[in-house]
Design a protein around this ligand. Structure first.
Ligand code: ADP
Ligand code: MG
Length: 227
């Protein structure tokens, strides 16, 4: 599903180059769930942005379903995200002027799907929010907003789901519930899931836990247990 080879990334800030990813090799199979853990600043978000084609690496290669991202132009990358990838952010990023239903239907409408409202409605039901369809984001709790965001990310049945600290803004109990919904949907769909997280509960649900430290993948634990 995903092949990373000697992936490097750096940002230039005030003429100074900051190395953020320093040579990552990784192979992820279709349907796997992977937790990426590591301290703040270790490069987790950067890795997810590269996988989504939202940033370009400095060096190395990324292959998604066999296709090298480096050979795709901006339009092809946008098509890839629209059709194959779902992204969930720590701070939800819902559109404030759209209802829960409108937010979830939006990716389908952009992609020109028929019956997008019906599909969005079923998806909201799957995250337990059938009764909140007509609410706006400001009228929803944090946990509910993140469930809407999960529904939006998964509504087009993406092959790859990227989640960046999806429970980071939620209290423990709400976070556990949101995590369970995400993993239930992942297990039903057979999608590949990569989740950057500080949340040990979430990491334990994953097939593999990868630890990042200063731009390197340090340890790969297959037992899902953390130190
Ligand atoms: P994490 O998600 O693990 O907290 P990030 O990938 O966000 O880590 O950041 C890794 C490093 O890259 C940090 O030192 C951060 O300051 C730096 N960084 C991230 N994004 C940018 C950017 N757009 N410009 C400059 N530096 C950045
Ligand atoms: Mg981050």
């Amino acid at each position: 599903m995903i092949e990373l080879e000697d992936l490097t990334m750096s940002y230039a800030v005030d003429g100074q180059v900051v190395d953020v990813l320093r040579g990552i090799d990784l192979s992820i199979g279709a349907g796997e769930s992977i937790a990426v853990i590591g301290p703040s600043g270790s490069g987790k978000t950067t890795l997810l942005l590269l996988l989504a084609g939202l940033e370009q690496p400095r060096g190395g290669s990324i292959r998604l379903e066999g296709a090298p991202l480096s050979e795709m132009d901006a339009d092809a990358l946008a098509d890839l995200r629209r059709d194959r990838v779902g992204i969930i952010f720590q701070s939800f990023h819902l559109i404030p002027s759209l209802t829960a239903l409108g937010n979830v239907a939006l990716p389908l409408e952009i992609a020109g799907h028929s019956a997008s409202r019906e599909r969005a409605s079923r998806m909201l039901d799957q995250v337990g929010l059938a009764h909140r369809e007509r609410h706006y984001p400001a009228q929803l709790s944090g946990g509910e907003q993140q469930r809407v965001a999960i529904a939006r990310a998964l509504v087009h049945s993406p092959a790859l789901v990227l989640a960046d600290e999806p429970t980071g803004n939620l209290d423990k109990r709400t976070g556990d519930k949101v995590g369970e919904i995400l993993f239930d949907l992942h297990n039903e769909s057979g999608s590949t899931l990569i989740v950057a997280t500080h949340d040990a509960h979430m990491a334990r649900h994953c097939d593999r836990v990868l630890q990042m430290d200063e731009g390197l993948l340090l340890a790969k634990r297959s037992d899902g247990l953390l130190n």
